[in-house]
Design a protein around this ligand. Structure first.
Ligand SMILES: Cc1cc2nc3c(=O)[nH]c(=O)nc-3n(C[C@H](O)[C@H](O)[C@H](O)COP(=O)(O)OP(=O)(O)OC[C@H]3O[C@@H](n4cnc5c(N)ncnc54)[C@H](O)[C@@H]3O)c2cc1C
Length: 365
């Protein structure tokens, strides 16, 4: 029996693949419904469609243009060859959970993972305030950044986090994504349609103040804000374990619970879905999960982390210079053609083509 803790995208995707392969799967979700509260912008690159069939029920927008801003208000306009997709996280999480259930997985809501007993997981039924033990020999922690499964098995480690603050707001726009890499750790404006945007900031400190700074840049007042959201984002750490054994039970972590998230932008949907596929294949075909996901994601997640460390040392002046470097046609073309989820496919080409970038890489040392 397989117990999956958490009905986010990573948990439900793993449940679907395992149930489809005939495994006995139960998902335990602590909330009374799937997909709430929404704590995500929902922007994904075109690679998303290699993992999931894109459906109207969760697709909100497709965007081909992106602008990257520098502190001196210059920007590079990137015309992406393949559009980014904007998805509705509530609808997407529910779509995946429904798919898992249709494939035979059981979904138990209001069910919080509390820990382990000898050969079972201990689940608290939040409605009836009762504890129950569910026998399982495989436990998958897909329970997000503060993973209780990771904590109960000594896999939590010394994680670091960033905070995301975002709002949905009325704002007329020209359907271009805006990136503000110099605001806090990262700021963004993502159109839902030509009158509404998702605007947010990811940071380690003073995130609310930085968020207000972005609102001011966009001329947004409190009365334009429809809804405010927030959440935490774990920073990738290649030393964290994602597999352990507890008695006769095998325990795995996926998605945010395993910190499989891009340290540059805080994006983790594609990474969580990829890890879910690696894990399902590893269980079905008896492979080494750690090896499988590191093969697929490890190098790119490490590059994102290295880029984050470099960017954390940037001054405003560095950002002004880098935006100018990327305005150069040849450099821009690389950004337009490649997928930011997989920097290993373009970092080297870019670095060889533009030697000025090495002066920034030196900041890592
Ligand atoms: C403000 C913000 C904006 C973001 N924007 C983007 C974006 O635009 N694009 C992108 O790719 N990523 C984005 N992310 C990151 C993205 O949201 C995560 O990477 C993604 O949700 C991870 O999916 P997951 O299934 O691993 O975990 P989650 O989505 O966190 O799901 C975990 C599930 O486990 C449940 N759970 C937790 N503890 C327990 C327990 N003890 N028992 C039972 N259930 C439990 C939770 O209720 C939840 O349903 C953003 C994050 C933030 C904070």
């Amino acid at each position: 029996m397989i117990s999956i803790i958490g009905a986010g995208p990573a948990g439900s995707a793993a449940a679907y693949l395992l149930a489809k392969a005939g495994k006995d799967v139960t998902i335990y979700e602590e909330h009374e419904s799937v997909g709430e509260p929404v704590q995500c912008t929902g922007i994904v690159t075109s690679s998303f469609s290699k993992l999931v069939k894109v459906r109207r029920e969760f697709l909100i927008n497709k965007i081909k243009d992106a602008r990257i801003y520098s502190p001196d208000r210059k920007n590079i306009l990137i015309k992406m060859k393949k559009p980014n997709l904007i998805i509705d996280r509530w609808a997407f999480d529910n779509y995946l959970a429904d798919k898992a259930e249709s494939a035979g997985a059981k979904l138990k809501l209001n069910s919080r993972f509390m820990g382990f007993s000898k050969n079972a997981v201990v689940i608290k039924d939040k409605k009836n305030k009762k504890m129950a033990a569910a026998r399982s020999n495989i436990i998958i922690g897909a329970d997000g950044p503060l993973s209780s499964v990771a904590k109960s098995t000594g896999m939590f480690g010394a994680r670091e986090f960033m905070t995301g603050v975002q709002a949905i707001a009325h704002l007329e726009n020209d359907n271009a994504i805006e990136f503000y890499p110099y605001i806090s750790t990262f700021g963004w404006v993502v159109p839902e349609n030509d009158r509404k945007v998702r605007i947010g900031v990811l940071g380690r400190k003073n995130t609310v103040a930085e968020f207000k700074k972005l609102l001011r840049i966009k001329g947004l007042k409190e009365n334009s804000i429809i809804e405010k959201q927030g959440g935490i984002v774990p920073i990738y750490n290649n030393r964290l374990r994602t597999y352990s054994e507890y008695g006769n039970k095998k325990i795995y972590l996926i998605g945010d619970a395993a910190c499989q998230i891009k340290a540059t932008t805080g994006g983790g949907i594609i990474q969580g879905l990829t890890a879910a596929k690696c894990l399902a294949d590893s269980i079905i075909y008896n492979r080494d999960y750690e090896k499988e996901w590191r093969k697929k994601l490890g190098r790119d997640l490490w590059l994102h982390l290295a880029a984050r460390r470099v960017m954390d040392r940037f001054s405003y002046n560095d950002w002004n210079r880098i935006v100018r470097i990327f305005c150069k046609k040849k450099n821009k073309e690389i950004l337009e053609g490649f997928d930011r989820d997989y920097p290993s496919r373009f970092f080297l080409r870019l670095a060889l083509q533009e030697p000025r970038l090495w002066q920034f890489v030196r900041k890592l040392i």
